[in-house]
Design a binder for this molecule. Sequence first.
Ligand code: SF4
Length: 118
Amino acid sequence: MEKEYICIACPIGCHLKLNVTEDGEMMVSGNKCKRGEVYAVEEYSEPKRVVTATCFIGIENLERLPVKSTKPILKDLIPPLLEELYAMKLEPPVKRGQIVIENFRGTGVDLVTSRSAG
Ligand code: SF4
């Protein structure tokens, strides 16, 4: 099986090809450095993304406050994470970088506010 990715580990954006043999061996080509190989293997095996979203705060001139994850999180965990974020109501005042969800499902990833409010 062959998969294609664009490496996002630096601005060069190498076009990567990942070949996976029937016994699970992975071969990466198109990368200019080791980080591309790591990226392609991780993107195939356990893709992760940084999450940015908003939480309800409901104060004057600001209905929703931006929040973000402190690290990339497994893509499969993003829908339940967004569900939890969209169900929350923040209590003002909040400071930039304040944790709104700590260690989501034991991943070591926190969700923090991107700005202060209230
Ligand atoms: S493989 Fe290396 S050089 Fe190419 S985009 Fe990724 S980090 Fe940059």
